[in-house]
Design a protein around this ligand. Structure first.
Ligand SMILES: Cc1cc2nc3c(=O)[nH]c(=O)nc-3n(C[C@H](O)[C@H](O)[C@H](O)COP(=O)(O)OP(=O)(O)OC[C@H]3O[C@@H](n4cnc5c(N)ncnc54)[C@H](O)[C@@H]3O)c2cc1C
Length: 560
């Protein structure tokens, strides 16, 4: 039987098949073989392919499928469902809905709702909707007003009194919106014909899931349980909050320490700073946002410092102390800073695979508990699949959606489909925000050797009257040989909205000439992307192979 990969090649139009082959070919500095700029397939650490899954049309019941092949389904003669999904977050809902759309009978289980997630609580919609992208962005919107109030004076606005923020109103409105979204997600599942079961799912066999004592058999099981924040095991850690709690605090922090230099740490620093807390960020490294473009890392910390956030770099937290007045101190290897009403840890997330029964049925995990999958999201047990953050590939909502969709197409749509990780754009909703697509300058040099770098660092029009020290930084990285745009980075107002459009051009493999031939929209910051004519740097050196310990660099940083 042909492997799934072979079938994929056969089904693709010739040009796409060629492109895939190009991607898997080690790049030579010759211009004849230029892959599209990537978060390349080579940048993601897939496990080896465990086995070729047998390729055939799924059928609704084992009996109708011609029975059990070589006893592969054990004693099970009848499946309750074609697919049983554990976890109704971004990946699980997308996969279940699409599978049902292909005609599969599908059930999905999800933990009961609570604002803070735990072993026993979650909620339909998952992290993105309830404890991630959506509530975070709502808080970002709320916090941005204070900067806009400051900007407005130069434009002639005066207020008798300073506007006051009411945290309670924000939380109530945010929570009402989350309930509304949860309702929408439940309806999406219902309308797709997916059976929703409330409870904690656990795998008890290659085809069997236990939900709070009740067992269900399914031809395929999909694990999409996501991850949870992890706080290092230091004395006083019980006084710390994580991002779940930070999104639903009973009152606004007066003074907050945020430990971590990843995107979640910076986003919360911006939120609380905008809402007028005294914000201190503690990072172990010298710079924030490991894995991002070096110039962007410097630029964003400078801009955030100008807005009043204090960065404590090169400091490792060692303990949290609580004084009699209830205030907290953070002890690091360099000293102790006190007076905090809150200390938040944004020091990474762990896949939620504890007590899920996976190892008992033979599903292989990596050392951090992430499920190892092949390029089709299949685990080491052929009937069990996994998508989203639990596989720790690129931990972003649109990626979990893509993986869920590709899984459904592969297993139920009669079309083996690998998620495509090339040129995945991403954003950090810090203030100012960052957005990027493609390679950083450092990655481009490593992969292509010879690159031209174009940058713009300017005062946006709005700052001329606001009088604030806001600036914008933009960068385009171009392959010196093919002239293809390898990476685009921006830190400045609206950068995520803008880079989404640029991502289409980068994914399509457009060249710097294509950018230059595009007419700008005036007056905008965005027009700089089509008017940068002279490279600030021309890097010409032999391509260096990647050292193993630098490979992490190619994966978008999620939360360091
Ligand atoms: C603070 C924060 C901000 C973020 N901001 C962004 C952003 O701006 N943009 C972006 O793209 N991504 C963002 N992310 C990441 C994004 O939320 C995740 O990548 C995405 O939600 C992953 O989807 P998933 O389906 O893999 O898992 P999840 O969405 O986490 O869903 C997993 C679901 O499984 C449930 N579950 C767990 N165990 C069980 C069990 N045993 N039985 C039943 N159900 C179970 C959970 O309750 C949960 O509902 C953010 C994350 C955080 C924490």
């Amino acid at each position: 039987m042909a492997s799934a990969a072979t079938l994929t090649d056969m089904r693709l139009p010739l040009s796409s098949a060629k492109m895939l082959r190009n991607l898997s070919t080690k790049f030579s500095s010759s211009c004849s073989l230029i892959p599209i700029p990537l978060y390349s397939t080579s940048t993601l650490h897939f496990s080896r392919r465990f086995h070729s899954f047998s390729w055939r049309r799924f059928t609704a019941r084992a009996a109708a499928d011609g029975g059990i092949e070589n006893g592969a389904w054990g004693d099970i003669q009848h499946f309750d469902f074609d697919l049983f999904t554990i976890g109704a977050g971004s990946g699980g809902v997308r996969a279940s809905r699409f599978a049902a759309g292909y005609g599969a009978s599908v059930a999905i289980c999800e933990l009961p709702f609570a604002t803070v997630s735990s072993e026993k609580t979650g909620g339909v919609g998952g992290t993105c909707v309830l404890r991630g992208c959506v509530p975070k962005k709502l808080l970002v919107y709320s916090s941005k007003f204070s900067h806009e109030f400051e900007e407005s004076h130069g434009f002639g606005w005066n207020y008798e009194t300073e506007p006051k923020h009411d945290w309670g109103t924000l939380m109530a409105n945010k929570n009402a919106e989350l309930q509304r979204l949860m309702g929408i997600y439940k309806n999406i599942l219902k309308n797709a014909g997916v059976t929703l079961i409330e409870g904690r799912g656990k795998v008890v066999g290659p085809h069997t899931v236990d939900v709070d004592g009740k067992r269900y058999n399914a031809k395929h099981i999909l694990i999409s349980v996501g991850g949870r924040p992890s706080i290092p095991d230091i004395p006083g850690k019980e006084f710390a909050i994580d991002s779940d709690a930070a999104l639903d605090l009973p009152s606004m922090p007066d003074k907050i320490a945020i430990v971590g230099g990843g995107y979640i740490a910076l986003e919360f620093a911006g939120i609380f700073n905008g809402l007028r807390s005294d914000v201190h960020v503690f990072i172990r490294q010298k710079k924030v946002l490991r894995g991002f473009d070096e110039e962007i890392r410097d630029f964003v910390s400078e801009q955030m410092s100008l807005r009043g956030i204090e960065f404590h770099t090169g400091e490792s937290p060692q303990a949290i102390l609580k004084s009699a007045d209830g205030l907290l101190s953070l002890k690091t290897d360099k000293g102790t800073v006190g007076g905090f009403s809150h200390i938040m840890f944004a020091t990474g997330r762990r896949p939620k695979t504890m007590n899920l029964g996976l190892e008992d049925v033979g599903v292989k995990l990596d050392k951090n508990g992430a499920i190892l999958v092949d390029e089709f999201s299949q685990t080491s047990v052929p009937s069990i699949w996994a998508v989203g953050d639990v596989t720790n590939r690129i931990n972003l909502t649109p990626v979990a959606l893509m993986e869920g969709g590709a899984f459904a197409k592969t297993v139920f749509g009669n079309e083996p489909t690998k998620p495509d990780y090339r040129a995945v754009p991403s954003a950090v909703f810090s203030q100012p925000p960052i957005s990027q697509v493609g390679l950083t300058e450092e990655q481009a040099i490593q992969e292509y050797g010879e690159v031209d770098v174009f940058t713009a660092n300017f005062r946006p029009l709005k700052a001329t009257l606001s009088g604030l020290p806001d600036r914008v930084f933009m960068k385009i990285i171009v392959c010196a040989c093919s002239k293809k745009v390898l990476g685009v980075h921006m830190c400045g107002e609206d950068s995520p909205e803008l880079i989404q459009g640029i991502a289409i051009a980068v994914k399509a493999g457009l060249t710097k000439e294509d950018f230059d031939a595009t007419v700008g929209i005036h007056p905008t910051s965005a027009e700089e992307f089509v008017t940068m004519r002279t490279p600030i740097r021309k890097i010409r050196k032999a391509q260096q192979p990647l050292e193993d310990d630098k490979a992490w660099h190619l994966k978008p940083a999620v939360e360091a």
